[in-house]
Write a protein that binds this ligand. Sequence first.
Ligand code: HEC
Length: 199
Amino acid sequence: MHIRILLAGLAVACSCATAQAGGEHERRLAAELTVIAGDTRRLMTGEAGPLERDGLVKRLNGALSSLPLLLRRTSDDAIPVASIRALVARRDWRGVSAALATLKHRHPFDARQLLVAAPTPEMLSLGASIHQTTCAGCHDVTTGDTLLPAKNLATQLRTMPREEFAARLLLGVHGDRTTRWSNPFSNFELSSLIAHYSK
Ligand code: HEC
């Protein structure tokens, strides 16, 4: 009897763990698609300088290399990625954008956990203090046209939908290619940062 209860408990625990892992993969994939689509838009509108455009294309190719793995993890088909890569090689940003729209439709990014309509004063001061201690060193200095510049985050937020900024934050504070940190922040800390940058 006890064993049966124990086993039942284990089964529940296991299926929750799997569901959570699945949810995390899905969230990561959806965020990744949002960022890739956002970078494609930046290339399409020509808003970046020539060096930064190179950096964006490199980053796009890097992201497309890991996309098949992310798609498989969510049991989706990785085949469309090959044609997206071919479109990138031809610099056909409209084509890339259309192909991504289909994938994004299948894997919508839900930013609700990170976007708070009415942040509390505590959130605003938490966001300000995280920014000051861990982000300002790189993001509050002006850089010219470089491959992938660290930008002023409050300014950057105003140039894109808030959902897209949230996806960029979620995927992490990656610094440059050599650091590539994964995100150490909780949803609450990330929403506080977004609230701070939205002020
Ligand atoms: C060591 C320097 C460094 C630190 C510290 C740093 N960043 Fe960055 N960050 C960068 C650079 C360089 C880029 C541009 C490279 C890129 O976009 O891949 C960047 C890009 C970003 C982006 C945009 C990514 C995109 O998709 O365009 C966001 C958002 C961001 N950082 C948030 C943060 C936040 C929030 C913090 C603090 C918690 C932080 N960063 C700390 C260097 C840094």
